[in-house]
Design a protein around this ligand. Structure first.
Ligand code: SF4
Length: 313
């Protein structure tokens, strides 16, 4: 097992645990389909950025505030996990964050490249209501400015962690990046690649050697970061996606989860005054749960009860 020396710091000590309270309802929100990077592994390449951009809605932050205020009326304070594209390229994103964070807890996934927009948000939003998942894309962005922005967020009191994708062409440098981040006092989480590379479908195509290398970089045999390295199907299992978890796409349409996000599968729209989530959990209809959404579709207590009653197996 690869070991990091003390001189390189203890990366585990610097992985900040989320301070956001558990909420009964979680939304993933695809804010817009636009990004300043074009990473080869992005799943939006497949659908096509030009086609996806037709769904983009560039509203004033006050309009989004009104939309999420209706959701607050229904479910109280929820957790919104904002992704895009790159959320910080959305116009007046700092204002949007400031307004919506008064209603809901926010978690933003970012490539951490938009230094000025990040600085503005850090100055305006309460760190108790906003956290960051910072994905490093070495094929598109420079290391030092990225690490500087993550460090700035941490200095301002935000939970901000680093993530690195186990995409085959960049796996050769993952241990090196893990050490470089550790020297900056940052823990680097590994994410498992879902997609095609060289006509092979990942994560199924990882070789035994690659799986070993990923686990060595993570530093444990089994843990939250190794979920999806050995994908399991949840098809037919009861799932809270659509009931206590949902994905809001850029055009406001809501879907049970990322896997069940195709035409004809929408369960409503944020812009419909009658919008609400499903009353009960439903069986999973997807082959694989790719983004750990099954895990967030339950809160801990419910998951324990359901597991005890053998209803999740
Ligand atoms: S793919 Fe995952 S989140 Fe979606 S319904 Fe199936 S288990 Fe639930």
């Amino acid at each position: 097992m690869m070991k990091l020396s003390r001189a390189e710091g203890d990366p585990r000590a610097a992985n900040l645990a989320s301070r956001l309270p558990s909420r009964p309802v979680v939304f993933a929100w695809d804010l817009h389909y636009s990004c300043n990077y074009r990473c080869p592994y992005c799943f939006y390449n497949e659908a096509g950025w030009t086609e996806l951009a037709k769904k983009n809605l560039y509203f004033e932050p006050a309009k989004w505030e009104a939309v999420w205020s209706r959701v607050h009326d229904l479910y109280g304070r929820c957790q919104l996990r904002i992704t895009a594209g790159e959320p910080f390229t959305y116009p007046r994103f700092d204002d949007l964050l400031a307004r919506v964070s008064r209603l809901h807890d926010l978690q933003v996934t970012t490539n951490c490249s938009q230094s000025e927009a990040i600085r503005r948000a850090a100055e305006r939003v309460d760190p108790a209501t906003l956290e960051f998942d910072c994905t490093y894309h070495p094929l598109s962005g420079e290391f030092e400015p990225f690490a500087d922005n993550v460090t700035l967020l941490r200095e301002r009191g935000f939970v901000a962690n680093v993530c690195f994708l186990a995409y085959p062409p960049q796996m050769g440098r993952m241990a090196e990046y893990k050490r470089r981040f550790a020297r900056r006092g940052l823990y680097m989480n590994m994410a498992i690649f879902w997609g095609r590379w060289k006509n092979s479908q990942y994560p199924f195509a990882y070789t035994d050697e690659e799986r070993r290398a990923i686990k060595e970089t993570i530093g444990v045999e089994v843990g939250p970061e190794t979920v999806n390295l050995e994908p399991l199907s949840n098809r037919g299992k009861l799932c809270g996606a659509g009931q206590r978890y949902a994905v809001a796409q850029g055009d406001g349409r809501v879907f049970r989860c990322g896997q069940l996000g195709h035409e004809g599968q929408s369960i409503g729209s944020l812009f419909d005054p009658a919008f609400c989530l499903r009353e009960a959990a439903l069986a999973c209809e997807a082959d694989y749960c790719r983004s750990k959404e099954f895990q967030v579709a339950w809160d801990e207590t419910d998951r324990e009860i359901l597991l005890r009653e053998n209803r999740l197996k």
